[in-house]
Write a protein that binds this ligand. Structure first.
Ligand SMILES: [Zn+2]
Length: 340
C-alpha cells in the first residue's frame, strides 16, 4: 500500500511538472483527487490494510493528498499569474508619448461680436426684438418713409423673393413691427441678418446689423448722442474719439453718421490707407425718427419723439480685430476662425 502511494505521488509530481496549461492542471486534479481519482480510490483501499497498520498508512495517505493538493493549487496560481503578466504586457501604455491635442470649439467671431453688442445695449435698458428675414415691401421700405418711386431705394440693392417679398435690406423693419404692436415708451434693439446684392472686400451679400431705437415723450438728439457715445466707447474702448456728422436717411430727420478715430493709424492727422487719409472711420448711421414713420405706425408725431440707429456687426468686428476682408468671416477657413 505504501509503495502504491509513493508511486501515485511520484506520478502526480511528474505530471504536474509537465502540465503547461490551467486546463491540464485541472485534468490532473480530477485524475488524482476526483471522485474516481487515484488517491480517492486509495482511501477506499484502506479497508484492506491490517488494522494495526491503518493509522500510519492513513497518515501517510493524508500527507500525500495534502501535498498533491497544495502543488496543484500553486501550479494553478503560477499559471494564472503568468497569463495576467502576458495580458498586462500586451496592454502596456507608453505614458511618455505625447497626448492627442483636442481643440475645443467656440462661437464664431460674428456671434461673439453680436453678443457683446447686445449685452451692452441690454445693460443700457434696451430689450431685444426680432423679425422675419423675408419681409414685405411695406415694412422694409414704405413704412420707413421710402415710397415706391423714392430714389433712396437705389441706395440698397435689394434681393427680391417673388413679386411681393424681399430679403430685408436692413433690420429697420423690426422697428416698424415693434411700434405697430407696442406703445411708447420703447427702448429696443433688433439684432439680425440683412441681405443686399453686394460683394467686395467690405460688403457681403449677407451681413448682420444691430438696429436700435428709443421712443418716448421727450427724446432728444442729446439722448441719441449720449447712448451711442456710451455704447461705442464700451465696444471700442474709453478713449475712442467720436464725431457725429450730418447725413441723410429717409427714415430719420435730422440724420447723423458717427465716425470713430481710425483704429489702424490712431486717428493721426495724415491718416492711413484704411481711413483714406482722414483719420476717421464711419461706424454707424443714426438720427431722430422721421414724423412720417411715426404716422405709419399710428403714433402722434407731436406727442412722441425718438431716435434710431443701425450698426453693422461685421464692420465692428473688422475694425476691432483689424480684419481687412469681410469674406474671411464666411469662408469657414478654420485657421482664421481659430484666432478668435
Ligand atoms: Zn487711419
Amino acid at each position: 500500500m505504501r509503495a502504491t502511494l509513493e508511486r501515485i505521488h511520484r506520478d502526480a509530481l511528474a505530471a504536474l511538472e509537465a502540465a503547461r496549461s490551467e486546463a491540464e492542471v485541472e485534468q490532473l486534479r480530477i485524475r488524482f483527487l476526483g471522485r474516481k481519482g487515484e488517491l480517492t480510490e486509495a482511501v477506499r483501499g484502506l479497508r484492506d490494510v491490517p488494522k494495526s497498520d491503518r493509522p500510519a498508512v492513513g497518515a501517510f495517505l493524508n500527507d500525500v493528498k495534502d501535498d498533491v493538493e497544495r502543488r496543484i493549487d500553486s501550479a494553478l496560481g503560477a499559471l494564472r499569474a503568468a497569463a495576467r503578466d502576458r495580458q498586462i504586457a500586451g496592454e502596456r501604455v507608453d505614458v511618455t508619448l505625447p497626448g492627442r491635442h483636442h481643440i475645443p470649439g467656440h462661437l464664431h467671431l460674428i456671434s461673439q461680436t453680436l453678443d457683446e453688442m447686445v449685452d451692452i445695449f441690454v445693460g443700457l435698458g434696451f430689450s431685444v426684438a426680432q423679425g422675419p428675414d423675408i419681409e414685405d415691401d411695406y415694412h422694409n421700405f414704405t413704412a420707413l418713409n421710402v415710397p415706391a418711386d423714392h430714389p433712396a431705394r437705389d441706395m440698397q440693392d435689394t434681393l427680391f423673393v417673388g413679386e411681393e417679398f424681399l430679403l430685408r435690406t436692413h433690420t429697420s423693419p423690426v422697428q416698424i413691427r415693434v411700434m405697430e404692436q407696442c406703445k411708447p415708451p420703447l427702448r429696443v434693439i433688433a439684432p439680425g441678418a440683412c441681405y443686399r446684392h453686394d460683394d467686395d472686400v467690405t460688403h457681403s451679400p449677407m451681413f448682420h446689423q444691430v438696429e436700435g431705437f428709443m421712443v418716448d415723450r421727450h427724446v432728444t438728439f442729446g439722448d441719441l448722442k449720449g447712448v451711442l457715445t456710451l455704447a461705442l466707447r464700451r465696444i471700442f474702448g474709453d478713449d475712442t474719439p467720436l464725431r457725429f456728422r450730418a447725413s441723410f436717411f429717409p427714415f430719420t430727420e435730422p440724420s447723423a453718421e458717427v465716425d470713430i478715430g481710425c483704429v489702424m493709424c490712431g486717428g493721426r492727422a495724415s491718416g492711413c490707407r484704411v481711413c483714406k487719409g482722414t483719420g476717421w472711420l464711419e461706424i454707424l448711421g443714426s438720427g431722430m425718427i422721421d414724423p412720417n414713420v411715426f404716422e405709419a405706425v399710428g403714433y402722434d408725431p407731436e406727442a412722441f419723439s425718438g431716435f434710431a440707429f443701425g450698426l453693422a456687426v461685421e464692420r465692428v468686428a473688422m475694425l476691432k480685430h483689424q480684419i481687412s476682408d469681410i469674406r474671411l468671416f464666411f469662408a469657414n477657413d478654420i485657421r482664421f476662425l481659430r484666432q478668435f
